[in-house]
Design a protein around this ligand. Structure first.
Ligand code: HEM
Length: 512
């Protein structure tokens, strides 16, 4: 036998023994219990080829029939669990929140030293204290204080829409950024090229573009971060350094603005001012923790809300009858003589229900944000290892036709009771995630959607745009995105409903 043949045979035997040992070790670790079912993994790459890349939540929902309420896959060393039933989501992400509230490790975010950023922070002390601060600042009763700011920014948005209706998506982004900066720091952004808003946007875009599977090799092969920078393909190292500097600017820039304004006695009400005052009054919160917790809000709150409001424009184009019905309800309350206000909400059940349906119909985060486990666990006889990435398929709940008949159709009526009141549907909360990681911005979202939606309905008429020959331009009900889903850019016509409603936009409104 040639030596090459001997070497090959030895390698094959060694690999087989290694595989057997790993399998035995794995079997012992899970005490013979099975993993949640799923597609059969291939050697080395596991289920890499099975993972759906387009509207994965729809595929997962179909797989539920085959694999049941909890399934699993293995991809390049990651163990992924998908929860498909409300019960499994509540049981694990809430009732066992102690071990299901971590986030997956991201080598690139580690290199950017983003461990302080609440949405991606590991389940550790820094996240806990930052999260406590956000929960205190953004609780329902505190969110009410920021309504005048929301109204003022929503009104400025209407003016921008009147001036350049074709750029509605850009105006939405500006509105949401301006509102978050004003609520968080009492800071009024410039209409164009604002330095703080620009940096927050850049950081958010950098994080979103690098988190996607396959976007950066270092996230799949973490050892690459230890190789020297002069090697080809190591550009991510300089990108991480740039991201680190940018992140510090995002955290410190607007925060220092508030501190200086407080020293001068000119600071306006804001989350930062109130948190700093509390810390000066003896709260345990360190200044750096306040700054980083607040620095996380733009990342969590900008693209999410913009996606929901973009879906609102899409819905108006696709469902003219919903638009008419909502406008009739608003006109009956305001007489068309003023803009609606938060106090009108109780008399606007259809508009209120429309906002709920918006969160259900085209979900912003159909799979939420990934959780991760900090310990091995057993659920219904199935073994879930420590470090597993856990996705909750919330879309499957809110598009279950036995709970929401004709789930793909936009129907605000489904949230209205027989006697005309708005239903309190607890299932809708899944749009904001689960347990300890539940979205802290949900009360701000609630008031933002209501005020922007009712302002637009009161003043504008939205329909299909026409081409140069007067033919309507078709609009596709199509969405992009992996983690965060948003409508594919589309054109529409946005015109003031009447001269009188145009006047409501151009008039100065009282916001206090
Ligand atoms: C339509 C708008 C929004 C939707 C649908 C949404 C949804 C979500 C979801 C699904 C999560 C993950 C929850 C989990 O891991 O279980 C989340 C987390 C988060 N959201 Fe929102 N969100 C929205 C707007 C906002 C706003 C306006 C803010 C800030 C004012 C915000 C701040 C955050 C933060 C900081 C986290 C991370 C929480 C943590 O990891 O502890 N979100 N959001």
């Amino acid at each position: 036998m040639s030596s090459v043949l001997v070497l090959t045979a030895s390698l094959v035997v060694a690999s087989a023994v290694l595989l057997l040992l790993c399998t035995l070790h794995d079997y012992r670790k899970r005490k013979g219990l099975p993993y949640p079912p799923g597609p059969t993994p291939l050697p080395v790459i596991g289920n890499l080829l099975d993972i759906p890349t387009v509207e994965s939540w729809v595929t997962y929902t179909e797989w539920e029939k085959k694999y049941g309420e909890i399934m699993s896959m293995q991809v390049l060393g990651n163990f992924i669990v998908v929860l498909q039933s409300y019960k499994a989501m509540k049981d694990l992400l809430e009732r066992r929140g102690q071990i299901y509230s971590d986030r997956p490790v991201s080598p690139f975010f580690d290199m950017m030293e983003l461990h302080w950023a609440i949405p991606i922070a590991r389940y550790a002390e820094q996240w806990r204290s930052g999260r406590r601060a956000l929960d205190r600042s953004l609780r329902q009763s505190a969110a009410v204080l920021y309504r005048p700011i929301q109204k003022a920014k929503a009104h400025a948005f209407l003016k921008n829409l009147l001036a350049r209706p074709e750029d509605f998506r850009e105006h939405l982004e500006h509105f949401q950024g301006a509102m978050l900066m004003a609520i968080t720091y009492g800071y009024d952004v410039e209409e164009r090229h604002d330095v703080h808003l620009g940096k927050a946007r850049e950081l958010s875009d950098l994080a979103a573009s690098t988190v996607l599977p396959g976007a950066l090799l270092v996230n799949d092969l973490p050892f690459l971060r230890h190789l020297p920078e002069w090697l080809p393909g190591m550009d991510f190292k300089s990108l991480a350094r740039h991201g680190r500097v940018l992140a510090e600017e995002v955290v410190n820039g607007p925060f220092n603005f508030v501190k200086e304004a407080m020293e001068k006695g000119t600071a306006r009400p804001s989350l930062a001012r109130e948190s700093l005052r509390e810390s000066q009054d003896g709260s345990q919160m360190a200044e750096r923790d306040i700054a980083t917790a607040l620095g996380s809000l733009y990342a969590g709150g900008s693209d999410t809300t913009v996606s929901a409001l973009s879906s609102f424009f899409l819905m108006l184009v696709l469902y003219p009858s919903v638009q008419k019905k909502a406008q009739a309800e608003l006109d009956a309350v305001t007489g068309g003589a003023r803009l609606p206000d938060f106090d009108d909400r109780a008399n606007l059940p259809y508009v209120d229900a429309l906002c709920k349906e918006l969160l259900r119909w085209r979900m912003v985060t159909p799979l939420g944000l990934p959780h991760a486990t900090t310990e091995d666990d057993v659920y219904n006889g199935l073994f879930i290892p420590k470090g597993a990435i856990v996705l909750a398929n919330s879309w499957a709940i809110l598009h279950d036709s036995s709970l929401y008949p004709e789930p793909e159709t936009f129907k605000p009526e489904r949230f209205i009771t027989a006697d005309g009141r708005v239903k309190d549907d607890h299932l809708l909360n899944v749009a904001f995630g689960f347990g300890k990681r539940l979205c802290p911005g949900r009360h701000i979202v609630d008031s933002t959607l209501f005020i922007v939606v009712s302002f637009i309905l009161a003043t504008f008429s939205v329909s299909k745009a026409k081409d140069d020959y007067g033919y309507e331009i078709p609009v596709e009900d199509e969405y992009t995105g992996m983690q965060l889903s948003q409508p594919v850019p589309f054109k529409c016509s946005i015109v003031p409903r009447t001269e009188a409603t145009k006047g409501l936009i151009t008039d100065v409104i009282a916001t206090e």
